[in-house]
Design a protein around this ligand. Sequence first.
Ligand code: ZN
Ligand code: MN
Length: 484
Amino acid sequence: MPRYIPTIGLEVHVQLKTRSKMFCGCPAEYGAAPNTHTCPVCLGYPGALPVMNGEALKMTALAGLMLGCDIAPKCKFDRKNYFYPDMPKNYQITQFDLPICIGGGVPLHEFAYPKDAQKGIAHPGKVVKLTRIHLEEDVAKSTHFDTNSGIDFNRAGTPLMEIVSEPDIESPEEAFAYLTSLQQILIYGGVSDADMEKGQLRCDCNVSVRPEGQKELGVKIEIKNMNSISAVRRAVAYEIKRQIVACERGETLVQSTRGWDDAIGQTRHQRTKESTHDYRYFPDPDLLPVDTTVFMPEVRAKRPELPGEKRDRFVAEFGVTNYDASVLASERALAEFFDTAAKGARKPKSVANWIINDLLSALTAAEKTISDCPISAHSLDELVSLIDDGKISSKQGKEVFAEMFGTGKSAAQIVKERGLEQVSDTGAIEALCKQVMDANPKAVAEYKAGKLGSINFLKGQVLKNSQGRANPQVVNDLLAKLLA
Ligand code: ZN
Ligand code: MN
C-alpha cells in the first residue's frame, strides 16, 4: 500500500485595525446595529468614488515587513467582477497582478505547535513560504434566517489583508503552528487583533494528498468555515484521512469546496468548482497606482522586535529557558511586562517563574489579561527582590502576591502592614536562640552527644518564638555556632 503525502496551502484573510473603512470614511468598528456604518461608497451606489485608506496600506506593508516579504515599489488595485448580494456594485476592489507584498514566510517555532505535538516535530525551524499578501475590501455579512436572509453592510468595504501561503505545509500540526505564529506576529505589529472566533482572521485550507513518489500534486479540495486554530487542525486531519481512504478505494476526487462542521467533526461537500471563475480582472479606473516608497521609511521605523527575536534575546540576556522565553514572548504586552520587571532584577529567572507560574494563572482565574493586570511590572520585581534577599520567605511571598493581586498595593507596603519582614538581625536572633537553648537542656545535651538532628527541634522552637519572622538560614547558622 502506498504512503500518502499531504500538501496544504492556506489563504488567510485578516481584518486590519484601522479606524475607517478601505475606500470611505465610515467607521471600521464591529458590533454596531446592522447597516448603521454605511455611505454611498460602501453601499456601492453608482457614481460614488473610492478614496484609499493610507493607514491600511501602511499596515499591510508593515505585516509584509514583519514576514520578510519584498514590498513592491508600486502596487495597484483591480476590480474582481462577480455577482452576489453581499457586493452590490458587482465587483470587489482587490489587487490582482501587482500586490503590495511578495514572497516572505512564516517561521514555525517549536512552541507554536499544539502542546501534544511539540516533541518530534518533523521539520524543526521550518519557515512556510508565502506567495503574496494583498489588500482588498471585505464584503457585507449575510445572515440566513428560517425563511429569509439579511445583509449587514457595516462590514462592507472594511480593509482586508489576504495572506496566501505556498503549498508548503505538510501536516495538520504545521497548519496549526503556521496560524499561531502568524497570529502572534500580526498582533505584535498592531495590524490586527487576529481573533478567529470574532472573524478577524478567516482561513481557507487547500488540502490534497498524493502517493509517495508521485511528483504532481493531488486534487485540491478547499475547506471553509473554521473558527479556531484547533478547528483548522481537526478539519485538515479529517480531510487528509478522508482523501486517503477515497484514493485507496480507487475513487476519483473532484476539485471542490467543503465546509467544516466542528460539532460532528466532519467536512461536508458544499459545491464543485467546475472551472476557475472568470473574474475579468481589470485595473480600477477610479484608483491611481500606489508608490509605496513614499511611506516605507515611516513603516520601517514602526517594525517591532518580533516574537522570535524577543525569545532569543530573553534567553541570551536574562538566562531564562527556551520554553519560558517563548511563553513570555508569545504576547507583546506580556513580553514588555517581563522586560520591564526583569531589567535590573538580580535574578530575572525568578521574575520569569513568578510571571509564568503565579501571575498568568491569577490572571486567567480573574478573567483578566496582562493589559489590565493589577500588579505592575515594577511591583512584581520588588516582590521577587524581597524574597531573593531573604526579607520574606517564599511562602509569605505567595500571600503577599495574592494581596497585591487583589488590592493593587505594593509588595513593600503589604510586608510593612502585615509585619512580615523577616528578622535577619543576628543580635535579636541570637538572644532568641539562647533562650530556647536554656529552656531545652535535654535537646542541647543530645546534640552535644552526637544526635545532630536535635538542632532541628531547637530551630523549630526559635522560629515559633519569633512568630515565623526569623530568617531560617540565620537561625540555623547561629544555633550551629552556639552549640559548637
Ligand atoms: Zn462607507
Ligand atoms: Mn480575498
